[in-house]
Design a protein around this ligand. Sequence first.
Ligand SMILES: [Zn+2]
Length: 361
Amino acid sequence: MITVFTRQGKRIEILSQSELWHPRLTGGRVRAFCPIHGSDHQRSLSIDPVSGWGRCFNAACQANVLIREWNPQAAYHLLGTGSSGELVSQEGAPERSPVPRLSALARQKEGASALNVPSRWQQEERRLLEALEPTMQAALQASAQGRAYLGERAIPLEIALSCGVGLLTPAIIAHLPRGKQRRLLQRWSGRLIFPLRAEGTKGYIGRTLWGWRPGMDENDHKQLLERLGRPQRWIKTNPAGSFSLPWDQLASKLILVEGTFDRLALLSAGFLPEEVVALAGTALPTTGLPPHVRHVLLALDGDEGGREATARLSAQLREQGRAVTCCLIPRDGRGKDWNERWRLGARAALEPLLDSYRRLY
Ligand SMILES: [Zn+2]
């Protein structure tokens, strides 16, 4: 959270969508508990998902907020100095916020990440991961644990390899020539690595296999990792991007899913690589989809977050002049995302998506 003041003295809190507490879409607005005054008994924050602007309706708070991922231009405008001449000062988080007051340096870093300007170590991290791609792919092929993990998710090894997935083993890191490189990649150790694409650049997302044993499904593993001190399930580079083919190769009718494993599951079921893009999250790519994509089938997760994101993304995509179809995963106990459904029920459990897809043609 960053506080900025405009020249007119208007105070604006710039938030990341990850700072919203339990967001829910109601009547075309995203409602969330307010992290600015710290309420968790009423969704007093009301945000327009298309513009990213919102307000807290708590009488004592009345904060003006901007969600930076939903309106990167406005966030850039407010945080950038000079271009608008409007910004006069930035402050750390206010006293009553659950977020501690930021130091000047932390504010600078926070500002840089809001503008998505990668720091030097982030560029070096991406460069190293890119150079290691062939080694990581060979390691995945050779790893009994890696193959068993994919098998548990019902993903054939060849499908994962054809999408560039690899495994960063501790041995690969130990063989790096420089201590600085080894330290930089330490947080990626023992992870399945998925290459991501942003416009003109590459990013990565890594899923830890820490503590995973054959026979554990993703829910058991998630539970194991949720305990304090365990590695984060997923980490990303900055910039990250989407798990997909290069932009110019995408089909004009696209399926958008949340997770990288959802995309692998759909490709395992016979969809073509150019037809499916995984967001690796629930935000649209900051650079936008290519203009030749005319129709988007939103097929996000079946949980509350997926439903909120479906409404938000469909509003954003329609605003861009694209046709949108939404396929919500039914709450039928057959899996909350496409990978889980594919694992539990094979093609039959993908029927809602297959049906929506057939209706596009
Ligand atoms: Zn508030």
